[in-house]
Design a protein around this ligand. Structure first.
Ligand SMILES: *[C@@H]1O[C@H](CO)[C@@H](O)[C@H](O)[C@H]1NC(C)=O
Ligand SMILES: *[C@@H]1O[C@H](CO)[C@@H](O)[C@H](O)[C@H]1NC(C)=O
Ligand SMILES: *[C@@H]1O[C@H](CO)[C@@H](O)[C@H](O)[C@H]1NC(C)=O
Ligand SMILES: *[C@@H]1O[C@H](CO)[C@@H](O)[C@H](O)[C@H]1NC(C)=O
Length: 792
C-alpha cells in the first residue's frame, strides 16, 4: 500500500515540474548524460594471423573457429575466474556469409559489461576482431579506483576554460561558429556535472543519508545526477532515506540473460517504467592510464521522459557513476509473397528523395511494398504481436481464427505513427489518421500565414498529413535499410519477424508534433526486442511553423541512429555508440544517409536541416561539400576546441563519407535509385542494372550480391562495415571496417578508391592521435597520403 501513496506523492511532484516539459521558445536541449572509460587495451584488427593449431578448415562451424581463435588470443582456457559466453545475438549475415560472433567476458562468474570480443568469421577464417576484454587478474574485493564522472567534469571545465581563452584570438574558430562550441561545452557541463559530487557524500559515515550500500541507494544516486528537475534532485538528496524506502525490487528470471541476476525496481522517481538492474563488472582506467581495473557495479536501464539510460553505478558505497550511455540521440542543437494490388494503400506525400516541402509538391504514392522487406505490407501484423490486444485494451481483440490484424490507420509491422501533442510517453492509443477500407491517406496540407498566437493551432490542423508522411518515410527507410542487410537477425525494428530470427515486438514508435519541445528530434534505441522511439518536433523558426515530420532528412537521420546502434557491437548491445568518436559517428552516419538519399545525379553541396531550421546553411557548421574551401573538415578538426559534442564530431565523419562517396561515384557511376530490384516469384533477386554479376566459385557457391554503382555500393559498404566494427569504434576502426567490407564483398576492388577518399580528409593510413580522452580532446595528425600499394 505504501507504494501507492508514494506514487501519488511523486506524481504530484512531477506536475510541479511540468514547466520543465513545456515547449520552450528556442531549440530544445535535452539534458543528457554520457561518459565512461576508454579502454587502453581495446582495439580492432583486420586480417589478423590465424592460430596454427586449428584444423577445422574452411568448413568448420564458425562458432568453433571463433572460440578457437579467442582462446588462442586470450592465452588461457576458460576457468572459474576467467571465461566468456557466446552472446545469443550472434548471427550469420545472409548476403556476405560472414558470421558475427559476440563474446561477453565473465570474471568470477559475473559479466564484464564492457568486456566484449566481436569476431567476424568466414570460411574458417577470422577476418577481423575487436577486443575490449579486461586483461588483469580477477579481483578479490571491490575496487575503489578512479571516478570517471568527476574526471569528465574536470576535463570539461578545463576545456571550457581553455576555449574561452583561445576563442578571443582564434578568428577562424569564431568565424566558424566558435560561440556555438562554447555553448555546446556549457551544455555538456550542465547536463553531466550537476550533482556529480553528490554521490560521494552518499554512504559516508556520519552523513544524514543511508550508509548501507544497496541497489536502491545506488539507483537513487544515479537519479540525482540524471533528473533534469533541479528541485526534485534537491529533494532526493534531502529525503534520500524516504525515496529509497518507497522503491521496491523484485527479481526477474529472464530466459535469455540468465547469467547475471536481474532485478526490476519499481517506484523510482522521474522514471516512466520500472528500472532494470543487473550486477556485473565495469572496467575503469587505472591512474597510469595503461590498464583497467574491475569495479563491481549495478547496470541500470532507466527509462525517463527524455532519456533512456544504460548506466553502471558502483555497487559498493560510495556509489560512483562509472559510465552512462543515453540510448536517446538528438537530431541537432540549433541554431516473397505477391500481394494483390487492390490491397495497397495510397498516400498523399512529399515523395521519396524529396528532402522537404521547399523542393516541390506532394504526390500520390503507393504503399511501396517490398516483398522481401515487408512481406505483409505496411498495414498488417499478427494479433499475437499487437500491443493493443496484448494490453487487452480498447476494441482491439483478436477475432477467432484470425492471424493478421489489418489496419486502415498508421499502424503497421514496421512503425506506429501518431500525434503526441502532450509530449508524454503514452503512444498505444494516441490519435492516428484512419483512411477507411480503401486506405487512401489523402489529407490536406495548406498551412496559412499565422501569427505567434495561432501558429501552433494552425500546425495541428495538418496532423493527418503529417502523420501520414512520417509513417511513409519510416516505412521506406525500413524497407531500404532491410535491402542493405538491416534485417530481422541483425536487429531491425518490426513487431513480427516472419520466423526469420532476431527479437520481435519492436516496431518504431514515431511521435509526430511531439509536444515536449521545438526545433529538434530524437531517437531512443533500446536493445533488440524493445520498441525504438522516434520523436519529431515542430520548428518555430518561421511562420507558419515548420513540421520536422515533413523534412525527410531529419526523419532519416533519426532512424539511422536505430540502424547504427543495433548493427554496432550486436543487436543486444545498445551501449556501443555513447560518446566521443563513436557517439559522433552515430550522428555522422545519419547525416551521410540522409544526404545520400536526397542526392541526385548532378553533383551538389547539401546542408542538413535547412528547411526546418529556416537557415540556408542548415544546422551544421558547414554544408557537405567535396570542396575544401566550402567544407574544410579533416580528421584533425576533431582537435579543435568545442569538438567534444557528438554532433560536431559527427559532422566531420559525415563529411569524410561524403568525399568517399564522390570518389566511388567517379569510379562506378551513379544509380538513380537506391532501391534494389524486387525479388522474383521464386525468391531470387534479379541483378538488373543494380547488382554486379554474381560470382560463382568452382564448387558452384554463389557469391554475395554487390551493388554496382558508386552511391549504392558505398551504402552497402557502410552498413556491412557497421556489422564488422567493434563496440565503441574509433574513426580508424570504422574506416578499416568499411575497407574490410569491400574486401568481403568485392575482393578488395575498391581498396585504393576508398583510401583516396579517406586520405583526402586526413584519414590516411598514418593518421594518428595522441592523448585522446574518452570524450574528446587529443592531438591528431592528418595523413593525406595513400598506402604504398596505391601510390602511382
Ligand atoms: C491482411 O494482411 C495479410 C498480410 O498482409 C494479408 O495476407 C491479408 O490478405 C489481409 N487481409 C485483408 C482483409 O486485407
Ligand atoms: C492572430 O491571428 C488571428 C487570425 O488570423 C487573429 O484573430 C488574432 O487577433 C491575431 N492575434 C494577434 C495577437 O495579432
Ligand atoms: C483528420 O482526418 C479525419 C478523417 O479521417 C477527420 O475527421 C479529421 O477532422 C481530420 N483532422 C484534422 C485536424 O483535420
Ligand atoms: C571551391 O569553392 C570556392 C569558394 O566558393 C571557389 O572559389 C572555388 O572555385 C571552388 N573550387 C572548386 C574546385 O570548385
Amino acid at each position: 500500500m505504501r507504494g501507492i501513496v508514494t506514487a501519488a506523492v511523486v506524481l504530484a511532484f512531477l506536475s510541479n515540474h511540468v514547466a520543465g516539459h513545456q515547449p520552450e521558445e528556442g531549440a530544445r536541449r535535452r539534458k543528457s548524460l554520457g561518459f565512461g572509460s576508454k579502454h587502453p587495451q581495446a582495439g580492432f584488427r583486420t586480417n589478423p594471423p590465424q592460430p596454427s593449431s586449428f584444423s577445422g578448415g574452411a568448413t568448420a562451424c564458425p562458432f568453433a573457429t571463433a572460440k578457437h581463435f579467442a582462446d588462442d588470443l586470450l592465452g588461457y582456457l576458460p576457468s572459474e575466474t576467467h571465461s566468456y559466453r557466446v552472446r545469443d545475438d550472434s548471427y550469420t549475415d545472409k548476403n556476405t556469409g560472414v558470421t558475427h560472433v559476440y563474446l561477453r567476458q565473465l570474471v568470477n562468474g559475473y559479466e564484464v559489461m564492457d568486456g566484449d570480443i566481436n569476431l567476424n568469421v568466414k570460411d574458417g577464417v577470422v577476418l577481423s576482431y575487436g577486443n575490449s576484454f579486461f586483461t588483469g587478474p580477477a579481483p578479490t574485493e571491490a575496487s575503489t579506483g578512479a571516478n570517471p564522472h568527476i574526471e569528465y567534469c574536470e576535463a570539461l571545465e578545463a576545456e571550457l576554460l581553455q576555449h574561452q581563452q583561445v576563442s578571443t584570438q582564434d578568428q577562424e574558430v569564431l568565424s566558424t561558429g566558435g560561440n556555438n562550441h562554447v555553448a555546446e561545452l556549457e551544455h555538456l557541463m550542465e547536463s553531466n556535472c550537476h550533482h556529480a559530487e553528490v554521490p560521494l557524500a552518499f554512504g559516508r559515515p556520519g552523513a544524514s543519508q543511508p550508509t548501507e550500500h544497496s541497489v536502491e541507494n545506488a539507483l537513487l544516486q544515479f537519479m540525482i545526477a540524471a533528473t533534469p528537475k533541479v528541485d526534485l534532485a534537491k529533494d532526493m538528496i534531502h529525503r534520500a532515506g524516504e525515496y529509497v524506502k518507497e522503491m521496491s525490487s523484485i527479481f526477474v528470471h529472464d530466459l535469455h540473460d540468465n547469467h547475471s541476476p536481474a532485478m526490476q525496481i519499481h517506484n523510482v522517481p522521474d522514471t516512466v517504467s520500472p528500472v532494470k538492474a543487473r550486477v556485473g563488472y565495469t572496467q575503469v582506467v587505472s591512474e597510469d592510464g595503461e590498464r583497467t581495473s574491475l569495479e563491481l557495479v549495478y547496470k541500470f536501464e532507466v527509462e525517463m521522459q527524455d532519456n533512456w539510460y544504460e548506466a553502471s553505478v558502483a555497487a559498493v558505497a560510495p556509489h560512483k557513476v562509472l559510465s552512462v550511455v543515453d540510448w536517446a540521440s538528438d537530431a541537432a542543437p540549433v541554431p516473397t509473397q505477391k500481394r494483390k494490388e487492390s490491397t495497397r494503400a495510397t498516400y498523399n506525400i512529399f515523395p521519396w528523395g524529396m528532402n522537404d516541402p521547399s523542393e516541390g509538391d506532394r504526390k500520390i504514392a503507393d504503399e511501396n511494398v517490398d516483398s522481401l522487406a515487408s512481406p505483409a505490407g505496411w498495414h498488417a501484423f499478427p494479433w499475437a504481436n499487437d500491443p493493443q490486444s496484448l494490453q487487452g485494451s480498447g476494441s482491439s481483440k483478436a477475432p477467432k481464427g484470425e492471424f493478421w490484424r489489418n489496419t486502415t490507420s498508421t499502424m503497421g509491422n514496421n512503425v506506429w505513427a501518431h500525434e503526441d501533442w502532450e509530449g508524454q510517453n503514452n503512444w498505444l492509443h494516441n490519435y492516428r489518421p484512419d483512411a477507411g477500407a480503401d486506405k487512401v491517406f489523402d489529407f490536406p496540407y495548406k498551412p496559412h500565414d499565422t501569427n505567434k498566437t495561432d501558429a501552433l493551432g494552425e500546425a495541428k490542423k495538418y496532423i493527418n498529413a503529417t502523420v501520414t508522411q512520417l509513417f511513409y518515410t519510416t516505412n521506406m527507410v525500413h524497407d531500404l535499410y532491410y535491402r542493405y542487410g538491416f534485417d530481422e537477425i541483425s536487429g531491425n525494428f518490426q513487431q513480427y519477424n516472419f520466423g526469420r530470427g532476431g527479437r520481435e515486438n519492436d516496431a518504431v514508435i514515431a511521435n509526430a508534433q511531439d509536444g515536449s519541445g521545438y526545433n529538434n528530434a530524437n531517437f531512443m534505441t533500446p536493445p533488440d526486442g524493445q520498441n525504438g522511439r522516434c520523436r519529431m518536433y515542430l520548428w518555430n523558426t518561421a511562420m507558419p511553423y515548420r513540421d520536422g515530420d515533413l523534412e525527410a532528412g531529419i526523419v532519416i537521420h533519426e532512424l539511422s541512429h536505430g540502424l547504427s546502434t543495433r548493427l554496432t557491437g550486436g543487436p543486444s548491445n545498445s551501449g556501443c555508440l555513447g560518446w566521443g568518436e563513436s557517439g559522433g559517428m552515430g550522428e555522422g552516419w545519419g547525416d551521410y544517409l540522409a544526404t545520400t538519399i536526397r542526392s541526385t545525379k548532378k553533383y551538389k553541396d547539401y546542408p542538413m536541416g535547412a528547411w526546418a531550421a529556416n537557415r540556408e546553411g542548415g544546422i551544421r557548421n558547414y554544408v557537405y561539400s567535396t570542396n575544401s574551401t566550402i567544407n574544410p573538415s579533416t580528421y584533425k578538426t576533431l582537435d579543435k576546441p568545442g569538438y567534444w559534442g557528438v554532433h560536431a564530431i559527427g559532422e566531420v565523419w559525415a563529411e569524410i563519407l561524403f568525399v568517399v562517396n564522390a570518389k566511388m561515384i567517379e569510379k562506378h557511376g551513379y544509380s538513380d535509385t537506391l532501391f534494389p530490384p524486387s525479388p522474383l516469384e521464386d525468391g531470387t533477386i534479379p541483378e538488373g542494372d543494380f547488382y554486379l554479376p554474381i560470382k560463382v566459385d568452382a564448387k558452384g557457391n554463389k557469391g554475395p550480391l554487390v551493388p554496382k554503382h558508386g552511391n549504392t555500393l558505398l551504402v552497402q559498404l557502410v552498413l556491412t562495415g557497421m556489422k564488422l566494427q567493434p563496440c565503441n569504434p574509433t574513426f580508424f576502426d570504422a574506416r578499416d571496417a568499411i575497407i574490410q567490407a569491400d574486401k568481403v564483398l568485392t575482393g578488395g576492388e575498391n581498396l585504393c578508391t576508398l583510401w583516396s577518399g579517406f586520405s583526402d580528409r586526413g584519414l590516411g593510413p598514418d593518421a594518428k592521435v595522441e592523448g585522446r580522452l574518452p570524450w574528446g580532446g587529443g592531438i591528431r595528425t592528418n595523413d593525406f597520403d595513400l598506402p604504398t600499394a596505391c601510390r602511382k
